[in-house]
Design a protein around this ligand. Structure first.
Ligand SMILES: [Zn+2]
Length: 165
């Protein structure tokens, strides 16, 4: 499958060292103190959505509550959880339409050793990806990360944001 952007392999040892030793990256992004350029697609009083700074797919977006919550269900009331899911739905539909995805994947991951702040991965699968590279492999790191120029990330975030409304 031909891709519009080249891929590169970030230093995963440094990445995981950062994840397990530094303050929560989601809290940093919410506070505007993360050193990586951030591209928000949505923000309200409770939640944010932003492009993953290490996109393994074009349109890879994260949705998170602003407050540190760690249990994906247990740290929310039913109402809070469903409010977040309404946002996940809107973001997922916006990404799907913007990038022309064949399927959309939704994941949550996390580790108490780093990256515990609940966030949903909204991952578009474009047409033409071989079967063996789909599903878990598509969100994984082994293929490397798309080298998307900063101005393209900004433009993509604005287009997704406009679809969320
Ligand atoms: Zn946090």
């Amino acid at each position: 499958m031909e891709e519009r952007f080249e891929r590169f392999h970030p230093d995963m040892e440094a990445f995981h060292h950062g994840m397990t030793t530094r303050p929560c990256f989601v809290c940093e992004i919410v506070a505007g103190v993360n050193e990586l350029p951030q591209h928000f697609v949505y923000e309200d009083d409770e939640a944010v959505a932003f492009l993953d700074a290490y996109p393994r797919a074009y349109g890879y977006t994260l949705v998170a509550p602003k407050e540190q919550r760690e249990q994906v269900t247990g740290d929310f009331s039913m109402e809070e959880y469903l409010d977040l899911q309404r946002l996940v739905y809107r973001v997922t539909e916006a990404v799907r339409e913007e990038v022309g995805a064949e399927l959309m994947y939704l994941y949550t991951f996390g580790s108490n050793q780093g990256g515990a702040h609940v966030h949903w991965h909204v991952v578009p699968l474009p047409p033409g990806v071989p079967y063996e590279d789909q599903q878990g492999a598509w969100a994984g790191w082994s293929k490397g990360v798309l080298k998307i120029p900063r101005e393209e990330m900004a433009s993509l975030a604005a287009r997704i944001g406009a679809r969320i409304g």
